[in-house]
Write a protein that binds this ligand. Structure first.
Ligand SMILES: [Zn+2]
Length: 417
């Protein structure tokens, strides 16, 4: 039997304006129609849910998370393997419950995230769709000791090729490389380039052999340019991108995504009386304004933007990811473009846009229902008081609404938990 959501305000994730008095029809977990009520002539038997004008959006896609981190103040994710597997599962479920139906993890722990992804895929646990990078491939540096289960140190072309093959063997959906230093590594210099051009090129080539995209962690302008020239698909952070207009131009021309991760910096800056170490506070203060300027310039130059909250980092908790959309808007993006960066455009960054990311016929029915208009205040996207229910594959994955609008649907079909 179909599910028919009627009397909805549809924000379909394509970047197009909302459609009032719309309907959305779901069959076998996929959307068969989404649009104006008057255009649908389908008379199939259905379970009808009148949403009384509430707002329906695609399930949000966060393209930069760390399921192995829970917002520890010192950014130390470490846990014994059994505990870590549960931690990853628990964090994954917090995303789903908050309406983040898809996450891209850019640094897991001891390959445990692959087990969690596969068990969720098999239907053993509820969880979001997971696009996983496995380990963060890095040069020899101190971060590798601090993030022991997350890093894969590789120096030189042969070792890099081997590191990529290992991630693919373990089940990686993409490859993550640390092209420059990091903010959240004590002695890390964010602006410093780590890998040489030939090493980055070898990594991208090796990933391409297996049909995998490359996400490049890059703060410094030189590292960003090297990653662009080597063929990375997404630039993570991009803090000092504003210094190099040529790099911005190339990203726009080649459709390389910027994932600005502004929430990390805001959570650290707005923290009061926390145990965040001084070295994190200082480095963060120095870079936040530049990260926002880089986003603004890239956005205005037509660089595609994908939402990535970097949840897992200090006080950046799973389930609050939607605030990144608000911060991106505050830095210069229009409200609708910021939503687009967490839906249709994020799906493009993953290469999954042919089957998910927007509310259009043929796509999977991953969606959220809100009782208020997120275009009026994007913080609504991170507020469970406004989130009525979450659907993944046409099944209720979480229900928060006081009116319990989803109760009937839930009885009918829901993910086993
Ligand atoms: Zn990260």
């Amino acid at each position: 039997m179909d599910i028919l959501l009627k009397n909805i305000t549809l924000i379909d994730g394509t970047g197009n304006p909302p459609i009032n008095d719309a309907i959305l029809r779901i069959r076998d977990g996929k959307i068969v129609y989404a649009g104006p009520a008057s255009d649908s002539s389908d008379r199939n038997e259905h379970l009808l849910l009148d949403l009384q004008g509430q707002f329906v959006l695609p399930g949000l896609i966060d393209t930069h998370v760390h399921l192995s981190g829970s917002g520890e103040a010192d950014s130390q994710f470490r846990a014994e393997d059994g505990v870590m597997a549960l931690k990853i599962l628990s964090n994954a479920q917090k995303n789903l419950a908050a309406g983040i139906t898809t996450v891209r993890d850019l640094g897991g722990w001891n390959e445990l995230e692959f087990v969690v992804r596969d068990w969720v895929k098999r239907g053993e646990f509820a969880g979001p769709r997971m696009c996983l990078a496995g380990r963060f491939i890095s040069i020899t540096e101190s971060g590798a000791d601090y993030y022991e289960g997350m890093y894969r140190v590789a120096d030189g072309i042969n070792e890099i090729r081997r590191a990529v093959r290992e991630q693919v063997k373990h089940g990686a959906d993409l490859i993550k490389i640390g092209v420059t230093g990091a903010v959240l590594v004590e002695n890390g210099v964010p602006g410093a380039t780590h890998f040489n051009q030939d090493e980055i090129e070898a990594l991208v080539q090796e990933a391409e052999k297996f049909g995998r995209r490359v996400a490049a962690h890059a703060h410094g302008a030189d590292g960003i340019l090297k990653a662009i020239q080597a063929g990375a698909s997404t630039i993570e952070h991009g803090t000092f991108l504003y210094k190099d207009p040529t790099a911005i131009q190339l990203m726009a021309e080649r459709g390389i995504f910027l994932v600005p991760t502004l929430k990390v910096g805001w959570d650290i800056m707005l923290a009061k009386d926390s145990n965040i170490p001084e070295w994190i506070l200082e480095k963060n203060k120095a870079t936040q304004g530049e990260a926002e300027l880089s986003l603004k310039m890239a956005y205005e130059a037509g660089v595609p933007i994908a939402m990535g909250s970097d949840v897992g980092t200090p006080l950046n908790y799973h389930g609050r990811n939607g605030l990144e959309i608000y911060w991106m808007h505050r830095a210069g993006m229009s409200a609708m473009d910021a939503i687009h960066s967490a839906t249709g455009n994020a799906a493009r960054a993953l290469g999954w846009d042919s089957w998910m990311g927007t509310l259009e016929a043929g796509k999977v029915a991953d969606l959220i229902v809100l009782d208020a208009n997120p275009l009026d205040d994007l913080r609504i996207l991170a507020d469970k008081n406004h989130l009525q229910f979450v659907m993944k594959d046409g099944m209720i994955a979480a229900s928060h609404g006081s009116q319990n609008l989803a109760a009937e649907l839930f009885a009918e079909r829901h993910l086993s938990i």
